[in-house]
Design a protein around this ligand. Sequence first.
Ligand SMILES: NC(=O)c1ccc[n+]([C@@H]2O[C@H](COP(=O)([O-])OP(=O)(O)OC[C@H]3O[C@@H](n4cnc5c(N)ncnc54)[C@H](OP(=O)(O)O)[C@@H]3O)[C@@H](O)[C@H]2O)c1
Length: 288
Amino acid sequence: MIARVLVTGANGMLASDLINHLASQPGYEIVGLARQQMDITRRHEVAEALTRIKPNYVIHTAAQTNVDYCETHINEAFQINGYGTENVAFYAERVGAKLVYISSCGLFGDKVTSYAEYDPVVLKTVYARSKYFGEEKTREWSERYFIVRPGWLFGGGKTHPKNFVYNRYKEALSCPVMYSTSDKFGCPTYTRHLAKKIVSLLQTEYYGTYHITNSGSASRFDYVKKIIDEFGVKTTLLPVDSNRFKRAAPVPDCEILDNMFLSMSGLSLLPDWREAIDEYIQRLKRDM
Ligand SMILES: NC(=O)c1ccc[n+]([C@@H]2O[C@H](COP(=O)([O-])OP(=O)(O)OC[C@H]3O[C@@H](n4cnc5c(N)ncnc54)[C@H](OP(=O)(O)O)[C@@H]3O)[C@@H](O)[C@H]2O)c1
């Protein structure tokens, strides 16, 4: 039997790897809808698309993902990440689809250890508040949902404007000295690894909220250093305090997630983030 999967925000970084991964698997028909085809803030567009497509699964990746932009565009952040998610959750439920809502690792605070799924949220930014509001709407409307909180995402094609890994490589080529913060911590996470895990999770009935990241953790400095070393670019990378970079959003110090429910569900954890960077950079080098 063929399962129909609808992916929202289809031009995004995670969405493109999800669509590629699903296309390589037997038994799936994929419908990726970009903003131009279904703007999630327009209730009638979501109603029309889901009723027409009748998906078995909806993977909802669409979001306003610019954390600093959200800080000064509060209504827009809540319209897309909150009410847009409500529209998707409502109509997914109405057509009987299982729903995956991609949330965020930025829902916590500043303790530099890690956060598990049971930890209370500490919503420091507008982006975090709007994504958590999206979680609340998912829980309110959907019976069969997976809320997935990923780590710091990297992946997708090198022309994607948000390609963190490739952008650091380009910066390293042109800058003899680079700076990166050593006081912000998270779990770099490869979209291709995450995509595979989401598809495995979909096949279960283990509904609920999951932290899903590559294993291990890093400071931004460790992350950028690994990228530069792997590309073999000769530049000097210096660790700096985050105060050096003025940002509109007060992002938390710690976005390290403990993947407790994933291991409790008997699903394997993702590989170490350094291995994931190696794999992704090899993929980029093949395309260069
Ligand atoms: N990137 C990270 O490090 C990270 C970390 C944790 C969680 N996440 C979450 O993971 C998901 C995927 O992230 P990503 O980095 O792959 O995002 P992305 O590349 O920024 O893609 C998001 C997509 O959503 C689309 N979109 C925005 N507003 C929309 C609307 N009103 N209707 C329909 N589509 C809309 C965007 O389209 P336009 O290009 O037209 O704006 C874009 O293609 C997001 O939910 C994000 O919050 C990301």
